[in-house]
Design a protein around this ligand. Structure first.
Ligand code: FRU
Length: 502
């Protein structure tokens, strides 16, 4: 296959998420806000809709919701695949790859060297630069710039460190199969010296990939900056397969010290639920944050898929969407710093189709109620539920009657779950039909959920952004009902507001 063509109707193409026109994508790469535009580069197979020929695709957005695809930014060649990495705006032209009057954007990516190339079998870090604001890229002639003779050294995220120890570039990358983050520093993006390593710690059920390191004020206090180290792992997530975890602590310019490590060294399988997860769903991987986002916001996007079944999901001619962009902040909860996540895009950019559906003070008693006038394929759902005697209660979305994807709460178990066993097409992979759970607590006696539903996904924000669950689903286009339910007793829908999108 040289170019993917549609074999079935493109019924799953998302409205509020990015997907490539007719090709494969995985990890977001080089996220940066530059000249008033959000740039999303990504692992892309320009020739097919399965993984391969890894290159950097490119899309831009003014609002983080609607995206325009551009030509391939950095293409693989006979020597190398272009694996994941990041982009910085080298405003002082420290690299010399631009000029003082036209400073460059510099991409730092992993060269995955092919057989027959000079560095066959190795993964090392390389540079490319853009002098036109990120639309065309030139590979640096002296690549790779950082080679440690490893076959598993990848996914560099470069940040500008300006702190007590000085002012320089810092790279966090992984030694994937050692479950280790490796940190380097550089004055010019070309010459790198080792700083320190972090890990293994907490979840180590699969290789470590795509790390990130950024400061955030704790509880909004700019005088109390803490550092967040994120790392994705595959497999080994809380509900199996790919997932992302994070640590909070201090970075002194050399070493990251975690204050939230539960297990030093390798994971304790009994303590998986105590580790800090970026998302509890099955389809939130390779999450990474934007450089230079406006107003010091820390915005993240992840790949909305799971390596367990990524190449088989039934979308055509494209394969794999990105998640919504999320703003993360850090708050003390039960004495521990925790990431809080909120949707970050400007949803006014996708038109709202007609009036919202609202419901208040609806008592449920061991029943399932399909809501007249609530049906839709692309929705934002804001729901507040108060438990009564029901063992389980919640919502069914993208449903045909009561048959759809369940978002349920079981108060006695303290869990939120997404049950996608009857969500539509689940047969393309044996591990896809699943019930995935996350811990959840009531706040002042109620559960508040915000759920974004699109043509092939749902993202649940619960407990004021402390808990998120992201899941792919592949419902029939006609499955658009919304239902509420309570099992074995009572529950109350305090309020339900559904905003419909085209
Ligand atoms: C994560 C990953 C990265 C690698 C890229 C290759 O999904 O495996 O570690 O750079 O994908 O496409």
């Amino acid at each position: 296959m040289t170019a993917a063509t549609a074999t079935t109707a493109d019924t799953f193409r998302p409205v509020m998420h990015y997907a490539a026109r007719n090709t494969w994508l995985n990890d977001p790469n080089g996220l940066i806000f530059h000249d008033g535009v959000y740039h999303l580069y990504y692992q892309n197979n320009p020739l097919d809709n399965v993984w391969g020929n890894m290159s950097w695709g490119h899309a831009t957005s003014p609002d983080l919701v609607t995206w325009t695809e551009h030509s391939v930014a950095i293409a693989c060649d006979e020597h190398e695949d272009i694996f994941s990495g990041s982009i910085v705006f080298d405003r002082d032209n420290t690299s010399g790859l631009g000029s003082d009057s036209a400073p460059p954007l510099v991409a730092v990516y992993t060269s995955a060297f092919k057989s027959g190339s000079a560095h066959e079998g190795l993964q090392a870090q390389s540079l490319a630069f853009s002098l036109d604001g990120g639309y065309t890229w030139t590979k640096h002639t002296a690549n790779p710039v950082l080679n440690r003779g490893s076959a598993e050294f990848r996914d560099p995220k470069v940040i500008r460190y300006d702190g007590g120890a000085g002012s320089y570039w810092v790279m966090v990358a992984v030694e994937a199969t050692d479950f280790q983050i490796v940190l380097y520093k550089s004055p010019d993006l070309k010459n790198w010296e080792p700083l320190s390593t972090f890990g293994p710690a907490n979840a180590t059920g699969g290789v470590w990939e795509c790390p990130d390191l950024f400061p955030l004020p704790l509880d909004g206090d700019p005088e109390n900056l803490q550092w967040v180290l994120t790392v994705n792992l595959n497999p080994g997530g809380p509900n199996a397969g790919s997932a992302g975890q994070y640590f909070v602590g201090d970075f002194d310019g050399t070493t990251f010290t975690s204050a939230t490590t539960v297990t030093e060294g390798h994971q304790d399988p009994d303590r998986l639920g105590e580790y800090q997860w970026l998302d509890w769903g099955r389809d939130y991987y390779a999450a990474v944050s934007f450089s230079d986002a406006p107003d010091n916001r820390r915005l993240m996007i992840a790949w909305m898929n799971n390596w367990e079944y990524a190449n088989q999901i039934p979308t055509s001619p494209w394969r794999s969407p990105m998640t919504l962009a999320r703003e993360v902040s850090l708050h003390t909860i039960d004495g521990r710093p925790r990431l809080i996540q909120q949707p970050a895009g400007d949803f006014a950019a996708v038109s709202s189709a007609g009036p919202s559906f609202t419901l208040e003070n609806a008592e449920l008693s061991d029943c399932t109620r399909v809501l007249d006038g609530a049906a839709g394929a692309v929705q934002r759902i804001d729901l507040t539920l108060t438990p009564g005697s029901a063992e389980e209660f919640g919502l069914i979305v993208r449903a045909n009657g009561a048959h759809g994807t369940r978002v349920g709460i079981r108060p006695a178990h303290g869990t939120l779950h997404v049950d996608r066993r009857t969500s539509g097409n689940t047969s393309f992979h044996e591990s896809f039909p699943s019930i995935d759970t996350a811990p959840i607590r009531a706040i002042e006696g109620s559960y508040r959920l915000t759920i974004f539903v699109d043509h092939c996904s749902l993202e649940v924000f619960a407990e004021e952004g402390q808990v998120t669950m992201t899941e792919l689903i592949f419902p029939a286009p006609t499955s658009t009902d919304v239902a509420i339910y309570a099992l074995g007793g009572t529950a109350t829908v305090e309020s339900l507001v559904i905003t419909q999108y085209a």
